[in-house]
Design a protein around this ligand. Structure first.
Ligand code: PMP
Length: 550
């Protein structure tokens, strides 16, 4: 008998799966007349497809999440967020009045909540005084238990932020072969510890919990899952309702996981981590804070002098945090937000923080049948610059624009390169122009104009006016049809696309001998011309136009 069969409740073992007719790989195909599920033939206005029930385990999302975590689809179960995964585990394995779970407190309350709801006993093993996980201490706390079905370990731990050494998790799993060790990696992406998903295929009694709520910003879509041995995954799936995942949420998650968006997601995580590291030492100087615990999550755990006074003060300032007295006296969990939100939090903790002007960051997603593009720009930071258009030479050109323009640019594109480079080059230019335009907002305070001149044997002149009115002029010719895979004829087209989507006048003039130089000089000069045009001047709130609008 497998571990899944030995651990599952007899009721779950006896359950016949829901009869939902042909599922994935529908033998009737797309033209099927669907009269089997008592659905309404008319979709709701504005939401095509939503009149039909979703797939019980949506194959596309399951495959995308399995690939994200590096496992096979049958080793992954998509759930309605991590909360649902915890509930399903409890309902699959815990016999009311007989079985027990262990939790390592202080930790996420849902483990004990769903276990109790299922009528199971909850054994609490305490973390060390600094919230470190002690494998021997945990094993000692559960040693007398004969029906210990589940042991939850959270790394990094909520609410303390403490990571658990993977070696300790494996030590516990080895010592308890008849218990399923559930490793909750909800916040893993914000730390440096490696995931244990690869271990799941090596052993029977380890299961890893994942969520798209945190790293992918999908809390409202409720998408998470479990990585585990295929038999365990199938067993837990039996406890799920027939159609647990709403179509709109499936679509949002599939879109979020598209390779073109990966770089922007990674950059957001890096930003949150950088903000956490900025906040921690600053909060430690607050007269209200006794201690800031090191954290590997997207939050910080603080111990404060007077939690009641702080609660009252934060309420007045409309800032919500979680008070966690059960984790430590005066315990407060503060989520890392945007730079502006974090600065407001610092001021609430009486730490001086500048009231920054509006962030000049923008993200644009542009998905068509020809290209899928995600781009993030931040006009007030020079880094990072990560560009992947699928065309190395064009990457190099956009890198020149950002480097010489003095702004951060993360851009990736999945394009129809099997046709040619045209759509990718054009659409990247449109998306970049839109992102720059959005980041500029009302265009208050900017220099507005930009000029740039000669480079080597080539002369490239770019004049810019971020006027709000699109206009483009390109004077120059290329002898070669391509530089690398990049078609030189796209160069005027790129500046035209940028002028349209950025709503700017862009005049480019180039002459010289070498086409590589000439193309590159245009992009470099464009970056150089953008730099003063994007920069904030003087007091920074004036509109650089006598019209009063740009
Ligand atoms: N695990 C931990 C440790 C959490 O903190 C949370 C949510 N706060 C979850 C799992 C569940 O997240 P979700 O249901 O949004 O996926």
């Amino acid at each position: 008998m497998s571990l899944a069969e030995r651990l599952a409740r007899p009721e779950v073992l006896a359950l016949a799966p829901f009869d939902l007719g042909p599922r994935h790989g529908d033998p009737f195909g797309a033209e099927t007349i669907k009269l089997d599920a008592n659905e309404n033939p008319f979709p709701p206005l504005g939401a095509p497809g939503v009149n039909r029930y979703p797939e019980p385990q949506p194959a596309g999302l399951r495959a995308a999440m399995a690939a994200l975590y590096g496992v096979a689809p049958e080793q992954f179960l998509v759930t309605r967020g991590g909360d649902d995964a915890i509930d399903l585990l409890c309902r699959t394995f815990l016999r009311p009045g007989e079985d027990a779970v262990a939790v390592c407190v202080p930790t996420f309350s849902a483990y004990a909540h769903f276990a109790r709801l299922q009528g199971a006993r909850v054994i609490e093993a305490r973390l060390e005084h600094d919230f470190a996980f002690n494998a021997e201490g945990v094993l000692a706390a559960v040693q007398r238990e004969t029906n210990l079905k589940l042991l939850f370990v959270c790394s990094p731990n909520n609410p303390t932020g403490t990571p658990v050494d993977p070696v300790d998790v494996l030590r516990v799993a080895e010592a308890l072969p008849d218990t399923l060790v559930v490793l909750d990696e909800a916040y893993l992406e914000f730390g440096t510890a490696p995931s244990l998903v690869a271990e799941v295929t090596q052993r029977e009694n380890l299961i890893v919990l994942k969520t798209l709520s945190k790293a992918f910003g999908l809390a409202g879509a409720r998408i998470g899952g479990l990585v585990g041995p295929a038999e365990l995954i199938a067993m837990v799936g039996r406890a799920a309702p027939p159609y647990p995942l709403p179509t709109l949420c499936i679509d949002a998650a599939v879109a979020a996981l598209s390779p073109a968006r990966r770089a922007v997601h990674e950059e957001r995580i890096a930003q949150i981590v950088a903000e956490r590291e900025r906040l921690a030492p600053l909060l430690a100087t607050s007269p209200m804070v006794k201690r800031v615990h090191p954290s590997a999550g997207n939050f910080l755990f603080l111990e404060v002098e007077d939690a009641a006074a702080l609660a009252e003060r934060l309420q007045r300032l409309c800032i919500r945090v979680r008070f966690r007295d059960n984790a430590a006296p005066g315990g407060v969990r503060l989520t890392v937000g945007t730079r502006q939100e974090n600065d407001a939090a610092l001021r609430a903790f009486e730490v001086p923080a500048p009231a920054l002007p509006r962030s000049r960051r923008a993200e644009v997603v542009r998905d068509t049948r020809e290209t899928k593009i995600a781009v993030a720009v931040d006009l007030d930071r020079a880094e990072p610059r990560r560009i992947d258009t699928g065309l190395p030479f064009f990457d190099h050109m956009l890198d020149q624009v950002a480097a010489h323009g003095g702004f951060s640019l993360v851009l990736s594109c999945e394009g129809d390169h099997q046709i040619d480079a045209h759509h990718s080059v054009e659409d990247c230019a449109i998306a970049l122009g839109s992102a720059l335009g959005q980041a500029l907002g009302e265009r208050r305070g900017i220099g507005r104009f930009g000029f740039a001149l000669p480079m080597d044997e080539t002369e490239a002149q770019v004049l810019i006016d971020l006027s709000g009115r699109p206009f483009s002029r390109f004077d120059g010719e290329f002898a070669a049809s391509h530089v690398g895979a990049y078609p030189t004829e796209m160069t005027p087209h790129v500046f035209r696309s940028l002028a349209d989507s950025l709503r700017a006048a862009i005049h480019v003039r180039v002459q010289g001998e070498n086409d590589h130089h000439k193309v590159e000089a245009c992009f470099k000069a464009f970056g150089r011309a953008l730099r003063p045009a994007l920069a904030i001047e003087g007091r920074g709130d004036a509109l650089p136009s006598t019209k009063g609008v740009l």
